[in-house]
Design a binder for this molecule. Structure first.
Ligand code: XMP
Length: 320
């Protein structure tokens, strides 16, 4: 059992000092790798790791083909300003090959986990001589995995998997006792800019968690376009998280007077504190109509846009 540390209990200065000492003790004189996705958890771990290890930490951004539009460039640019060099690794072909033909949600998550940890990181770790991977797992990730709700891509020890045995390197998780609100407080104290520490959560399996059915490059591109519209339109709601989901079923629509058997996008927008429970945000109908209009205009092939009004539970925040 991991003991939770609430946002209120977490005293940033003390927490940072303790974690720096722990990371140094674990890594010793060696090297560590950390995977930065640009979200608040991995950005926070990146800064903590750099304070602890300096140049002995190699930070990589894995371009898996499943990220939001313009993400690799944005993340590398932000960390350049913070004086943290980030190496971008193009693994798009590898991830899409692993996802080919898979439609089951848990199999999809497992394919992504294996590609990340065994494939891509396995090689980077081996080539660099590092013995540790530093990552931003938080308590909510562990809870849902252990409860068997969703296999979060970054949880191992709590499932009885020893990363050292399975992948050949150890994993250090400095944020394990925190939830999202605690991480945001820590991120602010570490000097991350506001648009990073307030950024809405984004799942490890990335846009593959938002495509029901097979995550092909084309279908990911569709949900990527819809995500950009949703994020732009709903930023003003200040909701906990908002996202677009591409459904597997097509429905009959019409375009230019002809039948168009088109795609369906579901929009979700959540009010929540820490993702454990969540309620759909009460978005004015006119704003939803404007959003639907923009999705139809900007995302080719979409003929249906819906808004999810079920709470979590029984819904979950992501669809897959
Ligand atoms: P769910 O969909 O389980 O999501 O209600 C709860 C929160 O966690 C994020 N999420 C993930 N984060 N790996 C992650 O690192 C994952 O596999 C994953 N799945 C969901 C989700 O975006 C939400 O904020």
């Amino acid at each position: 059992m991991i003991q939770e540390m609430t946002a209120r209990e977490m005293k940033p200065r003390k927490f940072i000092e303790e974690k720096i000492a722990e990371i140094r003790a674990a890594v010793g004189e060696g090297l560590a790798i950390n995977a930065l996705s640009g979200g608040v958890d991995s950005s926070t771990v990146t800064l903590l790791g750099h304070r602890a290890l300096g140049r002995r930490l190699k930070t990589v951004f894995i371009e898996n083909g499943l990220m939001r539009a313009g993400e690799a460039k944005r993340v590398a640019g932000l960390f350049r300003k913070l004086k943290v060099p980030v190496e971008i690794i193009d693994a798009r072909a590898e991830f899409f090959a692993a996802l080919k033909g898979i439609t089951d949600p848990e199999e999809k998550r497992e394919a992504i986990t294996q590609t990340f940890y065994r494939g891509v990181f396995g090689r980077i770790v081996k080539a660099s001589g590092a013995r540790f991977l530093l990552q931003g797992t938080i308590l909510t990730d562990v809870d849902e995995t252990v409860a068997g709700i969703k296999r979060q891509h970054n949880v191992f020890a709590q499932l009885g998997i020893d990363p050292q045995e399975a992948f050949g390197y150890g994993i250090i998780e400095p944020l394990l006792r925190l939830r999202k609100d605690g991480v945001r407080k820590l991120a602010k104290a570490l000097g991350l800019p506001e648009d990073t520490y307030r950024r809405i959560p984004f799942p490890g399996p990335a846009l593959a968690a938002r495509v029901i059915g097979e995550a092909t490059p084309e279908r990911i591109e569709t949900v990527r376009k819809a995500t950009a519209v949703v994020e732009q339109h709903l930023a003003g709601t200040r909701a906990f998280q908002y996202l677009a989901i591409l459904h597997a079923d097509r429905v009959t629509g019409m375009r230019g007077g002809k039948r168009d058997f088109g795609q369906q996008i579901e929009v979700r927008c959540w009010d929540s504190v820490d993702a454990r429970v969540a309620a759909p945000t009460r978005i004015p109908f006119a704003a939803l109509q404007a959003l639907a209009g923009e999705i139809i205009k900007k995302v080719p092939g979409v003929v249906s846009v819906t808004y999810n009004i079920a709470p979590k539970p029984p819904s979950t925040i992501e669809a897959v």
